[in-house]
Design a binder for this molecule. Structure first.
Ligand code: TXA
Ligand code: MG
Length: 325
């Protein structure tokens, strides 16, 4: 596909050859129970050995997570995923279509020692994904097992989409940190559960509802499963300033995240001057942070169309604004 990669420009092979020592050092740090800041195509993650409960506990501690939410297990390929989780045909179809890439599949756990109880928050299911970013894939291949990685922000803050933001959030807790450049997607992965023959959308993300439906047909409504998916709690992704959504224009003292042409000036951050949702998604979290640094009375955000990637962007914005989605 190439659309989600950050492998444009420099060839992937050369990139990995240049970074081999760092990649191996990160894999060793994971084996030793350390935390590693990993670039993915969605957002930067704070990774740990999924099989090591002490290492996994250190993630919750580093993020200041108020309670133990289940984490996403990242693996190098579908074969490794199928050793850990029970995939039915639909799960496999989704994986074949969207992996490596920004889709997380929740399926019954098969090898409970590969992703420890704490990482799964005691559930008998596991969330699993094969990221596309060449550096995270290389680390996963060198490590061999599953790496659980929530976004590398401290709990409740916007996910980091640049190396500098990741290091400033949790770098002091990490044994290694890999710079993979700015994240191409900029929003967390789509989370879909495939349980009892039914596919449910638990968290909208880079892979859109329509793209999922093209592979598995109509999606079941997310009810109880969604409540168990704590990424869907309100007041997630929040900057320090209050966020006011669907704003036509900023009030005095407010920063403004614009969308589409026209708006400019001090305190105005245009998510996409051309009205491109993929560009807006990639800019969302870093612009929330940039707006926050101007210490505004609030961050006003222009209306974003609720189509395609707009569903995921609006989901994150409603949470940043403190509305229950
Ligand atoms: O793009 C991403 O997904 C990033 C990068 C680093 O891969 N990771 C990320 O992780 O966003 P985190 O921890 O912020 O979000 C994990 C989401 C949460 O909504 C969590 O509730 C859900 O996955 N989840 C994990 N395990 C689950 C399970 N067994 N059942 C239902 N939801 C689960
Ligand atoms: Mg997160």
């Amino acid at each position: 596909m190439g659309v989600y990669g950050s492998d444009r420009g420099q060839g992937e092979g050369q990139l990995l050859a240049d970074r081999q020592a760092e990649i191996e050092a990160a894999a060793s740090a994971l084996r030793a129970g350390g935390l590693v800041i990993l670039p993915t195509e969605t957002v930067y993650g704070l990774g740990a050995d999924a099989a090591n409960p002490t290492a996994v506990a250190a993630i919750f501690e580093a993020k200041g997570r108020p309670r133990f939410n289940p984490l996403i297990a990242h693996v190098a390929d579908l074969e490794t995923a199928e050793r850990i989780a029970d995939f039915d045909q639909r799960a496999r179809d989704l994986a074949r279509e969207f992996w490596p890439g920004p889709l997380t599949i929740v399926a019954p756990i098969k090898d409970a020692s590969a992703v420890c109880d704490l990482a799964r928050a005691g559930l008998d299911t596991v969330a699993i994904r094969v990221p596309r970013h060449p550096i995270s894939r290389a680390v996963l291949a060198a490590f061999g097992g599953a790496v659980v990685a929530p976004s590398a922000n401290r709990s409740g803050r916007p996910s980091p989409t640049t190396y500098a933001d990741a290091v400033s959030e949790t770098g002091d807790k990490a044994a290694a940190a890999l710079d993979g450049g700015p994240c191409a997607v900029g929003l967390e992965s789509t989370v879909v559960s495939v349980l009892d023959g039914q596919a449910r959308l638990l968290r909208p993300g880079a892979v859109t509802r329509v793209q999922l439906q093209q592979i598995v047909g109509p999606l079941a409504e997310a009810d109880d499963d969604a409540k168990r998916s704590p990424g869907r709690l309100a007041l997630h992704y929040a900057p320090d300033a209050p966020v006011r959504i669907n704003a036509k224009a900023p009030e005095p003292g407010e920063a403004f995240l614009a969308f589409g042409g026209g708006a400019s000036g001090e305190g105005v951050f245009n998510l996409s001057p051309t009205g491109d949702l993929a560009e807006a998604a990639a800019n969302l979290f870093s612009y929330l942070r940039a707006a926050d640094r101007t210490h505004p009375s609030a961050i006003a955000v222009a209306p974003i169309p609720q189509e395609g990637l707009g569903e995921a962007i609006n989901d994150r914005l409603r949470r940043a604004a403190g509305f229950i989605g």
